[in-house]
Design a protein around this ligand. Structure first.
Ligand SMILES: CC(C)(COP(=O)(O)OP(=O)(O)OC[C@H]1O[C@@H](n2cnc3c(N)ncnc32)[C@H](O)[C@@H]1OP(=O)(O)O)[C@@H](O)C(=O)NCCC(=O)NCCS
Length: 174
């Protein structure tokens, strides 16, 4: 059985390992540690299978600069999804999907109604993500349009939101 729950300090080491093994390098694991220390607010969930941490998902604030809001304030409450990771031997069993779905529910509960993600264009559309550029949002990083996606968790949440999306500065180091 898969249990999705909020991370506690007792999970930090397991979360590091899940990220390091899933990405095959330590950068994303280090990013999670850095974001925990400096991003506010954030949401960090783990997926547990039989007391073992099998997966992890992280959400942190992004800013949207539209020319009038160039001081980088998170006025929209928008969140960025990522990183997310599932232990290689436990992938393709629905763990990632449960993490995304529960994560989005929890974001909405906390009134973060716009979620962006930089990731696999074959994966996130199944959760309702669509290319962000078509909704007037661009990414600070030079990436193909289809990998930068957005989902509004309440109809109309994206109305009036346009511009350059910026992640927490710790993402620049990855
Ligand atoms: C992406 C990831 C979190 C998905 O977790 P998961 O538990 O395997 O996901 P699920 O079982 O819910 O879904 C599996 C689906 O994801 C797809 N998928 C998994 N990894 C993928 C990838 N790298 N690119 C595209 N699709 C991928 C599979 O094709 C599968 O689709 P299918 O059901 O149509 O066959 C996991 O593969 C992972 O940790 N990858 C390495 C780290 C990573 O790339 N993180 C995401 C950064 S955006």
């Amino acid at each position: 059985m898969i249990t999705i729950r909020e991370e506690t300090a007792a999970d930090f080491q397991s979360v590091w390992l899940v990220n390091e093994l899933a990405f095959g390098r330590p950068q994303e694991a280090a990013l999670v540690d850095a974001l925990r220390a400096s991003a506010r607010p954030y949401l960090s969930l783990v997926a547990e299978i039989g007391w073992r941490v099998a997966g992890h998902i992280f959400f942190s604030p992004v800013t949207i600069e539209d020319g009038e809001n160039e001081d980088g304030e998170n006025v929209s409450g928008a969140f960025g999804l990522g990183p997310m990771a599932v232990l290689p031997e436990l992938q393709r069993r629905g763990v990632g999907s449960q993490l995304v779905r529960r994560g989005l529910e929890e974001c909405l509960r906390r009134r973060h109604e716009v979620i962006v993600v930089l990731g696999h264009p074959e994966y996130y559309p199944r959760f309702g993500f669509e290319p962000a550029r078509a909704r007037g949002l661009t990414c600070q990083y030079a990436v193909p349009d289809e990998v930068f996606m957005v989902k509004e968790l309440r109809e109309g949440a994206l109305d009036g939101l346009k511009g350059l999306v910026k992640y927490h500065p710790e993402f620049d180091k990855v």
